[in-house]
Design a protein around this ligand. Structure first.
Ligand code: HEM
Length: 157
């Protein structure tokens, strides 16, 4: 998710500068609108409530619950909320506390296959419903989570 495919390629000289600037601009607009639609719908409060709803479910989950440190639920909740607020451009708390996200690397200690990915997404889906997220913001956030969760897979099933 952090590596933009093609970002290190040299510029395509067959395209004019104006066309390249337009493509870059459109990409930035697309990224900004994803963040804006989510932040407008939930706000910082809603994002924190959604993460709290997620972490009310995780400890009781037979598959992914045991992966988390059982003595630091508050810490886990804070790290995920801070990360999302950072990712959606609301605050820099996450990077101040944790540095570069490197999410895939940070998930390497855990065995994550399709079942774990799907369970994580199921619990987060329930959390999104609990906070009343719907419409475009719901679809956008759901797609974001699905993409990141799939990227976290580190076990060939
Ligand atoms: C695919 C299924 C996933 C599983 C099984 C999983 C599991 C875990 C576990 C066990 C931890 C360590 C406990 C902690 O530090 O809180 C963790 C940390 C974390 N996860 Fe996940 N996770 C998954 C997907 C995701 C997704 C989709 C995101 C983001 C959208 C995410 C974001 C984070 C963050 C931000 C941390 C804390 C990283 C740090 O600063 O140390 N995880 N995850």
């Amino acid at each position: 998710m952090y590596k933009v495919k093609g970002a290190v390629k040299p510029p395509d000289r067959s395209r004019g500068d104006a066309e390249l600037r337009e493509i870059a601009f459109q990409r930035i607009v697309a990224l900004m609108s994803m963040e804006t639609v989510i932040v407008d719908a939930l706000g910082e409060k809603g994002i924190r409530e959604m993460v709290a709803a997620f972490y009310r479910r995780v400890p009781n989950d037979d598959l992914i619950g045991p992966m988390y440190p059982s003595d630091d639920w508050e810490g886990s909740e804070e790290r995920l909320a801070d990360f999302l607020l950072f990712r959606f451009g609301v605050s820099d708390e996450y990077t101040h506390k944790r540095g570069h996200p490197r999410l895939r690397m940070r998930h390497m200690p855990f065995s994550i296959g399709e079942a774990e990915r799907d369970r994580w997404l199921q619990l987060m889906g329930e959390a999104m419903t609990e906070v009343g997220l719907e419409g475009e913001a719901h679809e956008t956030l759901k797609a974001f989570f699905a993409q990141v969760a799939d990227f976290m897979r580190n076990r060939a099933d």
